[in-house]
Design a protein around this ligand. Structure first.
Ligand SMILES: [Zn+2]
Length: 255
């Protein structure tokens, strides 16, 4: 794909980065990112990915915009209340960058539909807020060998990680919860500080760009935590769980 003068100009400040250059921009424009969840994490992630020239963004959310969303879901404004998040989001992304495709999915995806969407995407960005769908996304990414960038935020704390089924040593999202998870944790019950989801969603967008262009420090096998109240960062190593139901050694998995 030859970049036009308009594209060379529009993306000039990232093309100037030697790690990106023309070839990196071409890779971004040729890629397709599936963002599942158009809320607090999905908003900043989608905005930055659209602005950076991801060729196709599919944004998926079956919810409508509620006033309680507005303190953190920066894709939406008061005039959007009551409308479908994914539709409004895709329209905004087209306004940000008319040179990319933005598709909205407003239905809840069943496993077959999810598999179809994931298998045609370069990378999946998980910005959902419940474990059931997160595990389903993780499992489908593993089945289709599609890299997954996952993030979460609650109260003042957030974390994100990169899981890449193409790398034999990569743990998967489920390896993170080998001792189970706390089902009660979601921001509708416990609250979340707005800019925190901005930080985590934005970091997810950086990881997506790095994966597409094939640059930078590998974030695989690590989970990054931030505590916004204390302003502390932690980087924890995450090993593959050999007994993991999704990515573990099939001979050792419980039957
Ligand atoms: Zn696993």
């Amino acid at each position: 794909m030859q970049l036009t003068d308009k594209q060379l100009d529009r993306y000039s400040r990232q093309i100037l980065l030697p790690e990106i250059d023309i070839s990196g921009q071409q890779a971004l424009l040729s890629s397709s990112v599936l963002i599942i969840g158009a809320g607090g994490l999905g908003s900043p992630a989608a905005i930055y990915l659209a602005a950076s020239g991801i060729g196709k963004i599919t944004i998926c959310d079956y919810d409508t915009i509620d006033s309680s969303n507005l303190h953190r879901q920066i894709l939406y404004q008061e005039a959007d209340l009551g409308n479908q998040k994914a539709k409004v989001a895709a329209n905004k992304l087209r306004e940000i960058n008319g040179g990319i495709k933005a598709k909205a999915i407003t239905k809840k995806l069943d496993i077959d539909a999810l598999k179809k969407e994931i298998s045609t995407s370069t990378i999946v960005l998980d910005a959902t807020d419940n474990f059931e769908i997160r595990y389903m996304i993780n499992r489908t990414c593993w089945d289709t060998e599609t890299p997954l960038v996952s993030g979460a935020a609650i109260r003042w704390e957030g974390h994100f990680g990169v899981f890449d089924p193409r790398e034999p040593q990569s743990p998967c999202y489920q390896c993170l919860y080998k001792n189970g998870h706390d089902e009660t944790l979601n921001c509708s019950e416990t609250g979340v500080i707005g800019p925190l989801v901005g930080i985590i969603g934005t970091l997810q967008a950086i990881e997506v760009i790095k994966l597409i262009v094939g640059i930078g420090e590998k974030s695989i096998g690590k989970i990054f935590y931030i505590d916004g109240k204390r302003m502390e960062w932690k980087e924890l190593k995450l090993n593959k769980n050999p007994l993991c139901l999704t990515c573990g050694d099939s001979d050792r998995k419980p039957k």
